[in-house]
Design a protein around this ligand. Sequence first.
Ligand SMILES: O=c1ccn([C@@H]2O[C@H](COP(=O)(O)OP(=O)(O)O[C@H]3OC[C@@H](O)[C@H](O)[C@H]3O)[C@@H](O)[C@H]2O)c(=O)[nH]1
Length: 445
Amino acid sequence: MVFLRTYGKKLKWLFNAPVMILLSVAFCFAVLKWHGGADSAWLNDYSNSLGADGGFSVSAKRIEETPFFDEKSNLLFEEKSKNFKEGNKIEPDVAEILDKINHLEKKIKNLEARTVKTYPDITGGAGFVGSHLVDRLLLEGHEVMVVDNFFTGRKRNVEHWIGHENFELINHDIVNPIFIEVDQIYHLASPASPPHYMYNPVKTIKTNTVGTINILGLAKRVGARVLIASTSEVYGDPEIHPQPESYWGHVNPIGPRACYDEAKRVAETLAYAYEKQENIEVRVARIFNTYGPRMHMDDGRVVSNFVLQALQGKDITVYGHGKQTRSFQYVTDLVDGLIRLMNSNHSLPVNLGNPDEHTIDEFAIIINNLVNKNSKIVHKPAVEDDPQKRKPDITKAKNILGWEPKVLLKIGLEETIKYFRGELQRTKHTERNVQKPTLHSINEI
Ligand SMILES: O=c1ccn([C@@H]2O[C@H](COP(=O)(O)OP(=O)(O)O[C@H]3OC[C@@H](O)[C@H](O)[C@H]3O)[C@@H](O)[C@H]2O)c(=O)[nH]1
């Protein structure tokens, strides 16, 4: 108290406003300086604890120290390059660098040449065309998923892949939705032979309409690209010859073939509706008559019928006058076209077929001669609405896909004859195998 009374008045100046402000600022400055020091120390400890590359300052220091940035090394390198460019003797370490560059360049070329791995689904992959597509894609290193209900497809067509790590086989009817993860869908599921698709027309329509909606829905969910296997039958009994993709067709909507022709036309329509509305990437292949190994013994199409009849010395049955024409492509050519189309940027329909056109009469003679059995060629009543002429215009496939068929009819037929000869041997003593389980199954649906 005595102290306050004695010095109180003298110390009063300490509490006026400007002095208080000055003192506060000085105090804050001192506190901040003390904290800053502590933080830097902590940061330094942290960078050191991370190791050499942990803090930017540490990395930057290392870069500066590296010989690559060293002025002396740079000069040495420049001198060596100059010597090399001027054709002087190459130093051993420069030769080593050049070797490494060469090696890397080769590696880059190999990588560029390698196909990008895809995860395709093939509906109908156990069928005639589907199974050949499976072979090609698996051999190219893709991871293939086959979805098939085995109505016309057979496990035997793909059994050589069972157990392979890149192959999966699912027994499923696409009339019901399916939930799988794929990035490309080759939608081939449908009976294709006229006797097969006419056997249960409602099922044929369902597969190509409801089934196609399910596949396009799957594509929408997983963002996959879809290739629709359409057909030359969308042109019906054509009035234009050969048939370009721009031709709208001549189809009887209530005839016996309509279940297939019209259903495939709807499948195309669906594809473009999904493309427009849902941004799905679609490809449409209009497939012309195709033949080759793995056609079903009971397929009923002209190639398998004629070959089997000729091999067994039976009459070769030509339906109608035999002047109707077809153009036949070998299955491996088709598979090549399908893969090219899938991986192209073209979303409009493309014809895939061989323009090598023959009358059915000529065709019977060719097969009879190749089999070397002198079967009799007989004419049977014509089938209703049988298209009279068919030959693809493949200008578009040539220009856009760089594709055209390579396998000559004679070579392809020889392979097919060899296959059916083997099948006849295999089924000779097994009556069970020559029954028609496929058609019974179709009828039960
Ligand atoms: O034993 C037979 C079988 C068929 N034929 C005739 O051979 C011609 C071809 O008949 P196919 O049954 O092989 O095939 P189609 O051309 O009628 O239909 C085919 O068209 C293209 C594809 O989309 C399909 O695979 C299929 O529908 C037809 O004129 C047919 O009447 C015979 O003369 N004898």
